[in-house]
Design a protein around this ligand. Structure first.
Ligand code: CAA
Length: 295
């Protein structure tokens, strides 16, 4: 949080209903914590209807694990699932806070925000889970830029405690306060970043991952030793190459390209080895092969 000397921030508005668009891993996780931790009704939409069914199964499996571990009761599991409804965007009429977690494509996100803006009340906030697109640019696609904000969740959403909050140039203090309060009600710790490429997390993480790939490319060490060095040497849960596979090598490359192009410094230049893996379709865990192989 930031120290400030101006007027006190406005009180947050109470969020009563959440709309989540995009039922992939991120969207499913966001729906799960909004319903399970913040205990809010959630409308979940995906352009691909089969994806919503997959998301429900995914959430069910995760909640069942929590039941078996004694973290929640089976009644609580059913209540959480019962708060999530498969929906069309046209049903978002009384949603006061929408979070989009569709694929990382600026044109698609801008188009979606335009659709959401028409479906939701004028007072509703539109949040984006983007990891690399300018919030200011997304906000400018709407007629309510003061109500657009970045809400960057980390994967896996139910486990990771952080949400990075990114106000765009026009985002109002009221929108910021409501988003902070909602994030806290979802059990998350928040940090705040200016709307600059990579925000905080990826500005620091991607050059670190990229450097690990350069160490591999230059033959300085084998992949296992790079990962073990960082895992045991700096007490992180995964070494950088394992983490890159977990995030997706295509995603890492896309974010590095944004940093490189927009910040203009060659310290962000994606490793040619990373480019080669992506060219091969070896995208990490999701394709069964990246720096490591997965069954
Ligand atoms: N969804 C929900 N819960 C999950 C999960 C998932 N996909 N994967 C694991 N978990 C849970 C497990 O159920 C387990 O819960 P309990 O503690 O209640 O038993 C817990 O997480 C630990 O899991 P495991 O014991 O199976 O395995 P682990 O100890 O290796 O942890 C991990 C797995 C949580 C993924 C851990 O390795 C980790 O934290 N890795 C780093 C993740 C990370 O850095 N994420 C951020 C990536 S960057 C990003 O997201 C931003 C971006 O823009 C690119």
């Amino acid at each position: 949080s930031k120290a400030s000397s101006g007027p006190p921030p406005p009180p947050p508005e109470t969020v009563k209903k959440i709309g989540v668009v995009g039922a992939g891993q991120m969207g499913a996780g966001i729906a799960q914590v909004a319903a399970g931790v913040a205990k809010l009704p959630v409308l979940l939409h995906d352009a691909n209807k089969a994806q919503i069914d997959k998301a429900f199964k995914f959430i069910d499996v995760l909640l069942q694990k929590d039941v078996l571990k004694g973290k929640i009761t089976s009644e609580e599991k059913d209540e959480t699932l019962g708060r999530i409804t498969k929906s069309d965007i046209a049903d978002f009429k009384d949603v006061d806070f929408a979070i989009e977690a569709i694929s990382e494509n600026s044109a698609l996100k801008r188009e979606l925000l335009g659709v959401l803006e028409k479906a939701l009340p004028d007072t509703a906030i539109l949040a984006s889970n983007t990891s690399s697109i300018s919030i200011t640019r997304l906000a400018a696609a709407t007629k309510r830029p003061e109500k657009v904000i970045g809400m960057h969740f980390m994967n896996p959403v139910p486990v990771m405690k952080l949400v990075e909050i990114i106000p765009g140039l026009a985002t109002s203090p009221q929108t910021l306060q409501t988003t902070l309060a909602l994030s806290h009600s979802m059990g998350k710790t928040t940090t705040q970043s200016s709307d600059m490429p990579g925000f905080i997390a990826n500005r620091v993480l991607m050059p670190y991952i990229n450097e690990a790939i350069y160490v591999l490319q230059e033959g300085i060490a084998i992949k296992e030793d790079i990962d073990t060095t960082m895992k045991l040497g700096t007490n992180v849960p995964m070494g950088p190459l394992t983490l890159a596979d977990f995030i997706g090598l295509d995603t890492c490359l896309a974010i590095l390209k944004v940093l490189h192009t927009q910040l203009g410094d060659d310290k962000y230049r994606p490793s040619p080895l990373l480019v080669k893996y992506v060219d091969a379709g070896w995208l990490g865990k999701k394709t069964g092969r990246g720096f490591y192989t997965y069954e």
